[in-house]
Design a protein around this ligand. Sequence first.
Ligand code: NAP
Length: 289
Amino acid sequence: MVELNCKFLSSSIYDSLKEKTQKFVDKGNRAPGLAVVTVGDDDASHLYVKTKTEKAAYVGFVSFQYFLNGDSREEDVISLIETLNKDDKVDGILLQLPLPPHLNEKEIIEHIALSKDVDGFSSYNMGRMLKGEECFIPCTPKGILTILNHFGISTIGKKVTVIGRSDIVGKPMAVLLMNKGYDATVTVANSKTKDLKSLTLSSDIVISAVGKPMFLDSSYFSDGTVIIDVGINRISDSTRKRGWRTVGDVDINSLKDRDVSCTPVPGGVGLMTVASLMENTFISRERRG
Ligand code: NAP
């Protein structure tokens, strides 16, 4: 198995962004600003936010962090977003998901200004992406396209199975791959799909965004398949001090002796999602002039 490790790739994206930001600021421009909004006390969300603000600082962005109580009302979150929409120092607004269950995620996302929707989740941005117009490419699919490009994996004329149809990964991924330029023949699987194995076995590329640990083992893949593992799953592990570890959807150990390529978890798509967020924030700053 060839491991498509993304540590070097993501580091090189940060270094290049850092250089671009420095040049941009040296010309007298304001540094890009990223606002990160967290609602509630979810441990994993706080960890993701910490990583994002650290990376933003590394590349020279200014970040603004907002923590709202878990019992905040929808109006409170929307009111903060509308304030950030009007704030000229903010180029990107990141609403850390998931929100507490009493809040309507989809409704709140629609309030993020199109020009600052660096996650690319709003309906308007998604619509533009569907039509191949200028938009923000959602960060995880964008990161996956960067991985494929970096490792020289062409999608033209290839059979790709995307497993999962979420608004943030599966759907945008499928749309992007079927657009002109990527030219893949895409199948999207969901929990009702019959005989998933026959789809994956006949695919050149399999992208799994299911969220079930070790969901796919070696028997799901033919020789030569490129596997992109999006899943981030915590499983208990008594050998670790914290009592758990992170694994993907793919049982990567079962692939060790196989002629396939696979992104690791951690060290794969997750790294690229954050790097793509920084790229989108820089693009936003440039577009906003
Ligand atoms: P999600 O909303 O959690 O939905 C999971 C998808 O998997 C659904 O579409 C579901 O089908 C499908 N599914 C479930 N069981 C299946 C089965 N047996 N066969 C085929 N499809 C099945 O999806 P998500 O938000 O995209 O998250 C998926 C995973 O990716 C999670 O582990 C998440 O933590 C991870 N993630 C990682 C990153 C990253 O940066 N690496 C970013 C985002 C998400 P139905 O629609 O029929 O229910």
